[in-house]
Write a protein of this length. Sequence first.
Length: 111
Amino acid sequence: MRLWCITELSWPQSTLDAMSGLSAVFLQSEVTYFWPTGDGFLLPALAAVFIGGTSVFGGRGSMYGTFVGILIIGSLEAGIVAMRVQGFYTQLIYGFTITIAVSIYALVMKK
């Protein structure tokens, strides 16, 4: 009876594993198609981490702060897409966002 329960409960987990693997393949093909060098998600990811309060110099940071940074970058990206901003200006906005976040963090830690 116990073995039956374990095998029946493992089927949904293996299905979810297969679906996540398939979605990873789709995401990788999208990244490879649009950004052949693979750096398409690097700037938004770094911006989200730095906005979330992770120190550039190491030693500080939290998952909650990074999650808040992800929410901020996600809403910023939605606004950029809605305004139909070109690719160069999108990277410029992310660069300014990183610069502002790091500068604010440096000013706060100086006090």
